[in-house]
Design a protein around this ligand. Structure first.
Ligand code: GAR
Length: 206
């Protein structure tokens, strides 16, 4: 195997997906290839980013499928079809069940916009994370890339980067700084690292 086949799961703007596309084009992400984008939201701009990069992109809507079971079943079928080795959650706003995550031990990673274990778990996603950080008055926040298990934001940490909170920050301003200074940097680095480990120790593959 020369590169790990990666699927990126998205729900919104897809700036973290873009960071992965850019890293692949810049030769920073070499141990994995972006083979598939799955969106839980048919209107996600991430779908346009995938199309522009020539990556197959599919919407899987829980609402249309009617249940978590059917939603996860459709995602699993796509992962099988595209022979995916690593699943990257990049702004994917749906919590995956234990039935799903246990099938891919240390084969799913997520980027979260805080320094876990702060401001994470159920209910902490997107701007809400930054609203909570500002309400708490922390002076440093950041981003975390971690493996995904059955505990929301609870899997083993792979990489973290701290970002200063500045006077006058709004949730939007802080979100943008955390993306620019942390998420868009550590997500490609962590994906490269995990894929490299998978390539050098394929016998450990589940
Ligand atoms: C990112 O900040 C990501 O860390 C966060 O949503 C945003 C998605 O932006 N994810 C979570 O909060 C997951 N708990 P993007 O669609 O532009 O990558």
């Amino acid at each position: 195997m020369s590169a790990v086949r990666i699927a990126v799961l998205v729900s919104g703007g897809g700036t973290n997906l873009q960071a992965l596309i850019d890293a692949a084009e810049a030769g920073i992400l070499t141990s994995g290839t972006l083979e598939l984008v799955i969106s839980s939201n048919p209107d996600a701009y991430a779908l346009t980013r995938a199309a522009d990069a020539g990556i197959p992109a599919v919407t899987v809507s829980k609402r249309a499928l009617g249940s978590q079971e059917a939603f996860e079943g459709a995602i699993r079928a796509l992962l099988d079809e595209y022979r995916i080795g690593l699943i990257v959650l990049a702004g994917f706003m749906s919590i995956l069940s234990k039935d799903f995550t246990s099938r891919y031990p240390e084969r799913i990673i997520n980027v979260h916009p805080s320094l876990i274990p702060s401001f994470c778990g159920k209910g902490f996603y997107g701007l809400r994370v930054h609203e909570a950080a500002l309400a708490c008055g922390v002076k440093v926040t950041g981003a975390t890339v971690h493996f995904v298990n059955e505990v929301p934001d609870g899997g083993r940490i792979i990489m973290q980067k701290a970002v200063d909170v500045l006077d006058g920050d709004t949730p939007q301003i802080l979100q943008r700084r955390v993306m620019e200074q942390a998420e868009w940097k550590i997500l490609p680095q962590a994906v490269q690292k995990v894929c490299g480990q998978m390539l050098s120790a394929p016998e450990k593959a589940p």
